[in-house]
Design a protein. Structure first.
Length: 66
């Protein structure tokens, strides 16, 4: 955690993984919502981030990970 994504103006800081909950189970055709669990499938997980600096992201924009 704590990694920052720097776009042209926007800066986001990763705060934690977003664990799946049963309320999204029906969003998956096979009901396997745990596929997005950081503990089970770390490459498929979602992440929460906080906005450090507001801005817009444009298609094709370069992003740097710090």
């Amino acid at each position: 955690m704590g990694s920052q994504f720097h776009f042209d103006k926007l800066i986001l800081e990763v705060t934690s993984d977003a664990p799946p909950c049963k309320t999204i189970r029906n969003s998956f055709s096979d009901g396997k919502f745990t596929k997005i669990s950081a503990k089970i499938e770390p490459d498929l997980t979602r992440w929460y981030a906080k906005v450090i600096t507001e801005g817009q992201v444009m298609v094709g924009e370069i992003v740097n990970l710090n």
